[in-house]
Design a protein around this ligand. Sequence first.
Ligand SMILES: [Zn+2]
Length: 86
Amino acid sequence: MERAAAEWRYQQLHEKRAYHDGTFEKWSDDRSADFPYAANDGVTIWVSDVDLSPHDHFLGGKRDCPVCSGGGAVDDVQDDRSEDES
Ligand SMILES: [Zn+2]
């Protein structure tokens, strides 16, 4: 059930960024010679008891992360939730 929710979230994140250049860094809405890879190509989503990449903040939380927020300077970190909380 958690894996299904994660797959849905990944699809949601890539509705507007459906194709990439092979690096997962540059994305495009349209498939082309420069962006030949679909978001799901080579991707396997699974559930783990351990967060293997804790600072990707896949589900949010960057603002509250003591590492990514600069050691407690939470107000200095901008993410998509900052507008809601100010
Ligand atoms: Zn972090």
